[in-house]
Design a protein around this ligand. Structure first.
Ligand code: AVJ
Length: 332
């Protein structure tokens, strides 16, 4: 059917609305558990996936348009410039499997370059953003068969039956792989190899190592959008978990960790203070930090080695003239 979108509901859910509500409740208790565990640890940390509530997703959209934040526009330009070559090297007739679904514009560019794809399978835990992206893309690409899969793409074990009939091309954009440590990224690439199967290809967007003069402003912009994005984690905790973080007494910070090859984001306590979260008290020293995100950067060679160690064969990598960002095509 033209532009058909069928949601693969989690087992046991009677309706999309009920599945969504069940999922929201799940995320809320997951957030509570992760925040309580993360604040009890030293150094304190919270997984970055909790940034993306409705407001957080909006703020991230705004980040992607900032002058200082080069990744999104550079990766988009790479897809515009090299889409045809990527499509030719990947080979025709592949099912497109996207890990995460927050990048419809880039997906659309890739779909246009690929021409006819038998099906497009976006994998994401956020049912709502999956549905939104699928709707927009089916408008852009009439006749495209979209089969969204609600799942954690780091742990997905199987693709829908229709995906097994054709060779697959994986797509993981935005340097989201940078959120993972090298060990986690290696495990992800291995899992993706098993999921996509023999003969598959994989296209990934990977941010490059570069001068701190460029990196730091990208994660600490003049208008404070990234600061608002980071601090929104505390706003979310106050709203969803009845926490009492004082937004005026925490600040955003972004630092480059040379040894680990990554940008680290922190929320810094601006005073000695106690905060109540879900009925528990946490005391912060003046200057004490909560680690909220890692964003690893790779040279082209480093990423090739990482992919190779997980069973992938590097085919080609494309970079922009300023060496800001890379696209890697791999095959199994
Ligand atoms: C979406 C994870 C790739 O690390 O650059 C942007 C998130 N954090 N600004 C990144 C982010 C702060 C982004 N990723």
């Amino acid at each position: 059917m033209e532009g058909e979108v069928s949601l693969q509901l989690p087992r046991g859910s009677a309706s999309p609305a009920r599945a969504l509500r069940a999922q929201e409740a799940l995320t809320e208790s997951e957030f509570a558990a992760a925040l309580l565990a993360g604040l009890a640890r030293h150094p304190r940390s919270v997984p970055c996936r909790f940034f993306y509530d409705a407001r957080g997703s909006e703020l991230f959209e705004e980040i992607t348009k900032l002058t200082e934040y080069y990744p999104t526009r550079t990766e988009t330009a790479l897809l515009e410039t090299y889409g045809e070559e990527i499509a030719a090297l990947a080979g025709q007739g592949r099912i497109l499997v996207e890990f995460g679904s927050g990048s419809s514009r880039k997906t659309s560019l890739l779909l246009s370059a690929l021409g006819q794809v038998p099906a497009y399978i976006p994998i994401d835990i956020a049912a709502e953003s999956l549905e939104e992206a699928a709707e927009w893309l089916s408008g852009q690409h009439p006749g495209l068969t979209i089969v969204p899969l609600i799942a954690d793409f780091t742990a997905t074990r199987a693709l829908p039956p229709l995906a097994r009939r054709r060779p697959r091309l994986g797509f993981f954009s935005g340097s989201t792989i940078g959120n993972l440590t090298h060990a986690e990224a290696g495990a992800f690439l291995g899992n993706a190899a098993r999921l996509l199967g023999p003969g598959s290809a994989f296209l990934l967007g990977v941010d490059l190592k570069k001068s701190e003069r460029i990196l730091i402003p990208a994660y600490n912009d003049a208008r404070g959008v990234t600061a608002a994005f980071n601090l929104n984690l505390l706003v979310r905790a106050n709203r969803e978990l009845g926490a009492n973080f004082d937004l005026a007494r925490f600040a955003h910070d972004a630092v480059w960790n040379e040894a680990a090859g990554r940008i680290e984001m922190y929320l810094v306590s601006l005073a000695r203070q106690s905060v109540r979260v879900a009925g528990r008290d946490f005391t912060f020293a003046d200057g004490e930090r909560i680690h909220t995100e890692n964003s690893h950067k790779y040279t082209v060679e480093e990423f090739r080695r990482l992919a190779g160690a997980s069973g992938w064969t590097p085919v080609k990598a494309w970079t922009d003239a300023d060496q800001l960002f890379s696209l890697h095509l791999l095959r199994l």
